[in-house]
Write a protein that binds this ligand. Structure first.
Ligand SMILES: [Fe+2]
Ligand SMILES: [Fe+2]
Length: 198
């Protein structure tokens, strides 16, 4: 099923983002939107849903720390002490709340892809992975290893998702931030499966 949106809806979402995000973040959102649609077509996911989730995935970015915690809680997101110490990670579930309550998005698959794009969960849906990878490879992204990730995203969604988690962990460790255990657990389970099936 392809999720169709009217031009008016698309315009409404974009105007909302222009109003609430910094220009570079808005550009990143547009890049993620097109990268997600392309990955969805490649890996058998719904391009309409991927496009919407990619566009809106960072809609929670403008909230301050207290609002992030409050909004993620309102979404019913389970928070541990690491997330409470690193509230920036909560822009994902807080963004899912904004997408649902302020922007009127009702598609659970889209809300899920927004919700899980910072800290992953076990059994990420295909669309969740598409948006997470698109976030890391969209055209404005420049960092060591991005080309390797882009190449993996040409052929294998799981491999690209796993390499994306690797990049995220390196980034977190280099900056001395707290590493969320879900990132390690999900990385290990994909790596483990790939070793078994090699
Ligand atoms: Fe994000
Ligand atoms: Fe992003």
């Amino acid at each position: 099923m392809v999720t169709n949106r009217t031009h008016e809806q698309e315009d409404f979402y974009r105007q909302w983002l222009i109003k609430h995000l910094k220009p570079a973040r808005y550009e990143h959102s547009l890049g993620t939107q097109s990268a997600a649609a392309e990955l969805a077509r490649r890996f058998g996911e719904d391009p309409g849903r991927a496009s919407l989730a990619g566009l809106l995935h960072d809609c929670g970015k403008s909230l301050d720390d207290a609002s992030l915690v409050r909004t993620a809680r309102a979404y019913g997101f389970d928070m541990d002490e690491i997330l409470l110490r690193s509230p920036a990670l909560l822009h994902a579930p807080a963004g899912a709340w904004i997408a649902r309550e302020e922007l009127g998005v009702t598609d659970e698959a889209v809300l899920s892809a927004i919700c899980w794009h910072t800290v992953p969960r076990q059994d990420m849906a295909g669309l969740d992975k598409v948006v997470s990878v698109a976030d890391l490879i969209e055209p404005t992204r420049i960092y060591p290893g991005v080309d390797q990730l882009r190449m993996a995203a040409e052929r294998d969604l799981d491999e690209a998702f796993m390499l994306g988690l690797e990049r995220v962990m390196i980034h977190v460790l280099e900056r001395g931030h707290l590493l969320h255990p879900n990132t390690v657990t999900v990385y290990n389970s994909i790596r483990w499966n790939r070793m078994e099936n090699a």
